[in-house]
Ligand binder design. Structure first.
Ligand SMILES: [Mg+2]
Length: 367
């Protein structure tokens, strides 16, 4: 049987819409409290009529504005070119080398890359996971919504609510002023949940190495699943000390700036497992390179945010770990990511499963 080749796509136009979506549970970390999710919606249109979509979580309004500037600049450099993600990544990496592909620039280029892959998957008529060679298997997910720095009683109450949908794991933010407070909250949540529910804890870079060792040594006998970003994200030497000294597995990766940062972290022994972020690792292209590094080293790889696209990517990741589930994009999506018995069901339609609810987009459009 001869299957016609999918059409080559030519980049035509870019539509960028920043929205601010109310969150069901505030994201209260040791660094900041976020109640409205600033998302940037990216629609990349092609001459052939195929549209590729992606979204970025911009952390702050100013982040969205800055990323729009960079994305418009990047788009002007690739307009009229073939929508081939690897070629575009190489070209833009070179053209942005002087300012540096990091931070806001990295996020902008990652978003463009994810939209390009979505377009290619649509043109091929395949879910992204299948385009990447996976059978689109379900991916185990933990509920990472909520569980901010809200105190022991409130956190224990909220943890129960987060099990709806059959989740078998939740993530708790720590980084209170004292070890005693961290311990009280961790114990309250751990005791309120059934034993089989995993509890990950995340410090969002709050501690010094010495303090991470002090708190970690106490927390490691509390039945927790992993210790995330206890210290500054790029202190791989310090992180390696913590990973070596504690029996509690150290998890980092949401701040890996491209696959090389992950390779450097693993070479330094900075962590026991990794969780790259689609928007910082370099989009789908960067993710797949990172997945190769993790596979070569036999390191479990989980995801950070963007559960819709990350479910496809994890399905195609040889050392697939956990999907970080947040519900932030649900209000602007036509079809939210389905969770069944604690597993993410990878969308079966062509692309990465993103389509906007245009009425909601208008409602939440950022001023
Ligand atoms: Mg984190």
């Amino acid at each position: 049987m001869n299957t016609p080749a999918p059409p080559a796509l030519t980049i035509r136009s870019l539509r960028l819409v920043p929205v601010e979506v109310p969150m069901t549970f505030a994201l209260g970390t040791s660094a900041d409290v976020i109640r409205l999710a600033p998302l940037l919606l990216i629609d990349l249109e092609t001459e052939e009529g195929v549209t590729g979509r992606a979204y970025l979580f911009c952390y702050r309004r100013s982040g969205a504005r800055a990323i729009i500037e960079v994305l418009q600049d990047a788009f002007a450099l690739v307009k009229g070119q073939r929508a081939a993600p690897l070629e575009i990544a190489a070209l833009l990496g070179r053209r942005f080398a002087l300012i540096g592909v990091t931070g806001i620039v990295r996020m902008a280029l990652s978003g463009l890359d994810a939209a390009l892959w979505d377009a290619v998957a649509h043109a091929a008529g395949l879910p992204l996971a299948q385009l990447l060679g996976s059978a689109s298997k379900p991916v185990r997910a933990y509920n990472s919504s909520g569980l901010g720095l809200i105190g022991a009683d409130a956190a224990a109450e909220e943890a129960i609510k987060l099990l709806e949908g059959g989740f078998k794991a939740v993530k708790l933010r720590l980084g209170y002023a004292t070890l005693e407070e961290d311990l009280a909250v961790a114990r309250a949540v751990r005791r309120r949940l059934p034993d089989e529910i995993a509890v990950m804890v995340d410090y969002n870079q709050a501690l010094s190495v010495a303090e991470a060792l002090r708190r970690g040594r106490v927390l490691e006998s509390e039945g927790l699943f992993w210790l995330e970003e206890p210290i500054r994200h790029d202190d791989y030497v310090g992180s390696a000390t913590i990973a070596r000294e504690l029996s509690l597995p150290v998890q980092i990766g949401e701040n890996f700036d491209g696959p090389k940062a992950m390779a450097d972290a693993l070479a330094a022994g900075a962590c026991d497992s990794v969780m790259p972020d689609l928007g910082r690792i370099g989009g789908v292209t960067g993710w797949m390179q990172a997945a190769g590094i993790a596979a070569a080293r036999g390191i479990e790889m989980s995801s950070h945010l963007f559960p819709e696209v990350s479910s496809h990517l994890l399905a195609a990741t040889p050392t697939c770990g956990w999907l970080e589930y947040v519900d932030w994009a649900i209000p602007i999506l036509q079809e939210p990511l389905a969770i069944k018995d604690g597993y993410a069901v990878v969308s079966a339609t062509p692309g990465s499963g993103l389509a906007w609810d245009e009425q909601a987009v208008e409602r939440y459009r950022m001023e």
